[in-house]
Write a protein that binds this ligand. Sequence first.
Ligand code: FES
Length: 147
Amino acid sequence: MLTHYPTKRSVLVPTLLYAQDEIGYLSDEVIREISGRLELTELEVRNVISYYSMLRTKPAGKFNVQVCRNISCMLRGADEIIEHVEEKLGVGHKQISADGLFSFEEVECIGACSWAPAMQVNYDFHENLTPEKVDRILEEYKKKGTQ
Ligand code: FES
């Protein structure tokens, strides 16, 4: 990837995403390896990781459900959606379901404000959510995950 970007630092986020997709999360070992290869300190790498909600330093479920709780979504029912997802999956913020299929977290704006309330599952966006729509979406993932 180094040949596609002007500086080593600008390769950091795509590299972190690539590593996370490969390994599942950004372990201490991965952070050390990437900081070494990009000539950054581990602190610089960790600062970037802590800024982006899609980057994580702990394992997630096969499907990572991120529900936006920011202003547009909040005004259009995010609280109800969050409560519904937690009840449906039996987990709270930053927890993983017992079967390892789902993890859940509340996040800040995911850039889908015009279609609030919204959530992201791995790289897929789901918008204009209602509890019924959430049920259908989660069932689809459950089917995919158990096939
Ligand atoms: S406020 Fe929810 S997507 Fe922007």
